[in-house]
Design a binder for this molecule. Structure first.
Ligand code: FE2
Length: 225
């Protein structure tokens, strides 16, 4: 699905952009987001268009100020590893989910299967470490950037930027992040940092719409879709 229009796309972390310019680009007032429901509804509006403005997605995710009352039911933790909890299936165009990170939990180094990935912090802090794609087989992955993400920060990555690993560096605090993947994907590639060896990983949900689901069970679309 080629829906994204890249505005001033920077091959780096997404930083501040010009709200007035963004306002002109969308030809409308910027949306006001007061809670998670507003964000879910606004994302649906944005992605109903054939061309999605990447800065606008970033803007609305940034505009939402994290409130635990909004996302409590999507905050489900596992003792041993981080969990993925589906919040909204975005009419098949994208997936919105919370990732719940226990103390010290982290991901493997992975790509994003040609999808766009937005990540907003809801609670705690995470560290994002970026790597260049390996040029040769057997090559150790080279770190190209590192950033701490705090509550309400939003990060963006896609495969042209590189690979990354995300981890909760705290040994005392949990962390929760809200991720949007467009289009949704079931498999991505994970990498060994030392050898560059890659393998396919299937991503699964721990819960969907606030309810715990069995491992590897397919998410059923709601019947009205
Ligand atoms: Fe990722």
């Amino acid at each position: 699905m080629e829906v994204f229009k890249y505005n001033e796309f920077k091959n780096d972390f997404v930083e501040d952009y010009d709200d007035i310019k963004l306002c002109k680009e969308i030809g409308n007032d910027l949306p006001v987001i007061n809670n998670l429901d507003d964000l879910i509804k606004e994302l649906e509006v944005i992605f109903s268009s054939d061309k999605v403005n990447i800065d606008l997605v970033h803007y609305v995710m940034k505009s939402y100020k994290s409130n635990p009352a909004d996302w409590k039911k999507f905050a489900k933790f596992d003792r041993f590893r981080y969990t993925r909890n589906l919040v909204d299936h975005g009419n098949g165009k994208y997936n919105l989910m919370t990732l719940c990170w226990g103390e010290g939990h982290g991901s493997a180094i992975h790509d994003h299967a040609n999808s766009h990935c937005f990540m907003k912090m809801l609670q705690g802090s995470l560290e994002e470490i970026r790597f260049a794609w390996p040029k040769e087989q057997g090559e150790r992955l080279q770190e190209i950037g590192r950033k701490q993400l705090n509550v309400n920060d939003v990060a963006y990555i896609n495969d042209s930027i590189g690979l990354h690993r995300v981890e909760n560096p705290s040994s005392v605090d949990t962390a929760i992040s809200l991720h949007l993947y467009c289009p949704p994907y079931k498999n991505c590639t994970v990498f060994n940092q030392n050898t560059g060896f890659k393998s396919t990983s299937t991503v699964t949900f721990y819960s969907a719409f606030g309810k715990r689901i069995k491992e590897n069970k397919e998410i059923m679309e709601p019947e009205d879709n």
